[in-house]
Design a binder for this molecule. Structure first.
Ligand SMILES: *Cc1c(COP(=O)(O)O)cnc(C)c1O
Length: 363
């Protein structure tokens, strides 16, 4: 009996489990449309999709089938531990693992699943070849100094031993207009002269907006698929994807001088009606999201009062005194809206979406 109440017993289908007070709606049509737009903007290049970090917080199980059905054929994850969830929906050979293999176990896992490693160093090239080699991608560092083989290492025999499908690099500042972008594209062109490869790839979401000279054979959008707009040129092409709603748990009247939330950082200047909303840190609604942000209900603005306090936020119901416990409020979560970011990057806004909230997207 007890067993049926344990979370591992598929909570979504448990008839005893009441509905969540939180909802993440992923607009699947918008996600598909964003991939098609980015693929079209990539010109003769094909767009892949970065689906690491559980599809930037929106859920692999929700997003990968949509991207696959829209026509995407290459899916980038960061960790080996992210392969299995994507492989439920696409063939292993369509999955590329950006962090590459550090160990023989990583290589064995790649061969067992068919996932393709991105080789980032001479050491990674060595372990991949020593364990049997086979098709791989190769990341060349052209200035980000994060992951990738240095240009001066490309003549190494460890590189010559590889069978490179995608020869790729990553732009450090594609969201800015800087000479560094052009320089990185030129350096990838130089690398292409030195390393036999099947295809070239450089642009992330922002890089796609830089134009045809950056598209090469494959682009790798992530953020913009999920509604982020890293460059103004993409604003028209990208639709919001994540819609988050949370229920009011309680409403109350407070008197002048009373405080709200942890540390009472908001003190009521007058009589007020306020409401407590069911969303907090564990859902990805961090304290930075508090100041200046507002929830909304049918066009009415409900400013956040005080600190986000663990699993709850208190809002001003002055504009909506009719609201009651159980009513649903729109949570400010459009990563394209700079005003909502409150010190977080749009990447952070998405990837911090917590599992408690993410689970509701699959419903
Ligand atoms: C995450 C990532 C991307 C996607 O970048 P966005 O800026 O989210 O579009 C592309 N390429 C690599 C190597 C990445 O790590």
């Amino acid at each position: 009996m007890i067993d049926s109440y344990l979370p591992r017993m598929a909570p979504q289908s448990d008839p005893h489990l009441p509905a969540s007070t939180l909802r993440l709606n992923v607009d699947r049509d918008a996600l598909a449309a964003n991939w098609r737009s980015l693929n079209a903007l990539s010109g003769s290049a094909r767009a892949g999709a970065a689906v690491k970090a559980d599809a930037y917080g929106l859920g692999v199980d929700t997003c990968v089938p949509v991207l696959r059905d829209a026509g995407c054929e290459t899916f980038f994850v960061a960790h080996w531990g992210e392969v299995a969830a994507v492989a439920v929906h696409v063939a292993g050979g369509q999955i590329a693992v950006l962090h590459g293999p550090l160990s023989e176990a990583d290589c064995a896992f790649a061969r067992a699943t068919g996932a393709i490693p991105v080789i980032n160093s001479l050491e990674q090239a060595g372990v991949w070849t020593a364990t049997g080699g086979g098709p791989c991608h190769l990341m060349v560092d052209t200035g980000i100094n994060r992951l990738g083989v240095a240009l001066c290492e490309l003549g190494d025999p460890a590189i010559a031993a590889l069978r490179v499908d995608l020869l790729m690099s990553h732009l450090a500042s594609a969201d800015e207009t800087t000479a560094m972008n052009r320089m990185q594209a030129e350096l990838l062109g130089e690398a292409a002269q030195q390393v036999p490869h099947r295809r070239l790839s450089l642009a992330n979401s922002a890089g796609i907006a830089l134009g045809a000279a950056f598209a090469f054979d494959m682009t790798r959008p992530g953020l913009a698929l999920y509604g982020g707009v890293p460059r103004a040129e993409l604003a028209e092409a990208i639709r919001p994807v994540a819609m988050i709603a949370a229920q009011l748990l309680q409403c109350r009247n407070i008197a002048p001088g009373e405080g709200v939330g942890y540390n009472a950082t908001f003190i009521a200047p007058t009589h007020m009606r306020v409401g407590t909303v069911s969303i907090g840190y564990a859902d990805g609604f961090l304290r930075q999201r508090g100041p200046g942000n507002a929830f909304h209900h049918e066009g009415r603005r409900l400013p956040i009062l005080g600190k986000v306090s663990m699993d709850m936020v208190v809002v001003d119901l002055g504009e909506a005194p009719d609201l009651r416990a159980g009513d649903w409020l729109g949570v400010p979560w459009n990563p394209a809206d700079a005003a909502q970011q409150s010190g977080l990057s749009p990447y952070e806004m998405l990837t911090v979406i917590g599992t408690r909230l993410r689970r509701t997207a699959a419903l």
